[in-house]
Design a protein around this ligand. Structure first.
Ligand SMILES: [Zn+2]
Length: 291
């Protein structure tokens, strides 16, 4: 799967899990600020497994820090599409995010600052900004990531509680995305069991568990295929919807309105409008036109 598509899937997954707006799952509800920043962080985490080679787009997202990180990750994970594309890799990334969240610095005036969480998010947001082309120049990437990570670290340090969830979800979404396209992933790394000869000789089965020991469910065909585009387009709209809904609810609350009440009315009105349009449309189709 392409980098930008990984990022968009990550953002959509976060909206589904963390938002409580209509058409979301709301399994892990966070504040509107958490929905918006978490979507960017989860988008970045959905690129993180590809930090295993220094040529990856994300290696150039926050130079020179991102280049060092990608080099180190590649060496530790045994090269591209190896350790970071496995259950263990997702668990380790989640653990790193949890550990980063424990690094806080007590300051007099500003209280406890979540420096570890801020630094990790800085990197992840820069990944997302690069892949989604939110920042085209080097300095833009640094500026956007610093502004966001710095703002939360200072203004709302408790917002970082969700960081390990967003990172784990993003990394899992990446691995799932690569399983849906092309050659699959070594899900059980460092254990890489090879299929028996009869399995390799059976069409279809040899796609699911390949000669090299990779697992795949290649429903989307090759990377960047038309089917991949067809999946990502509605997911992009969904992620945008979730972020906009969070911004609206957050703004209403900040202005002193009962956001839930207002949104309920908006949805009622939208429902009534769709209902009326459906009835009118049906009548117009079924009823013979006078004259
Ligand atoms: Zn990958």
């Amino acid at each position: 799967m392409k980098g930008a598509h990984h990022a968009l899937c990550g953002a959509a997954a976060w909206v589904a899990v963390a938002s409580t707006a209509p058409y979301t799952l709301g399994w892990y509800p966070v504040s509107p600020l958490g929905v918006v920043t978490g979507a960017l962080v989860c988008a970045g985490a959905a690129l993180a497994p590809d930090a295993d080679h220094h040529d990856a787009t994300i290696a150039h997202s926050l130079p020179p820090v991102s280049e060092w990180v990608c080099d180190a990750v590649g060496r530790l994970a045994g090269g591209h599409r190896n350790g970071t594309h496995s259950v263990l890799g997702v668990a380790v990334l989640t653990g790193i995010a949890w550990a980063a969240g424990q690094v806080t610095v007590a300051t007099g005036a500003l209280g406890d600052l979540a420096l570890g969480a801020g630094a990790l998010s800085l990197l992840l947001v820069a990944f997302a900004a690069r892949a989604l082309r939110l920042a085209r120049r080097r300095l833009d990437a640094w500026a956007l990531a610093l502004a966001l990570a710095g703002f939360i670290t200072v203004a709302a340090p408790t917002e970082w509680d969700w960081l390990p969830v967003a990172v784990g979800l993003g990394a899992a979404v990446h691995v799932a995305g690569d399983m849906l396209t092309g050659g699959g992933v070594p899900l059980l790394w460092p254990w890489e069991p090879r299929p028996p000869r009869w399995w390799r000789a059976t069409p279809l089965l040899n796609d699911l568990w390949s000669r090299g020991g990779n697992f795949a469910v290649p429903l989307l065909g090759t990377t960047g295929s038309r089917r991949e585009q067809l999946l990502v387009t509605p997911l992009t709209a969904y992620a945008a919807y979730g972020v906009v809904a969070a911004v609206v609810v957050g703004s209403l609350t900040a202005l002193g309105y009962d956001a839930d009440r207002v949104m309920e009315r908006v949805w009622d009105a939208a429902g009534a409008l769709v209902g009326t349009a459906t009835v009118v449309g049906t009548v117009a189709l079924v009823a013979p036109l006078p004259g």
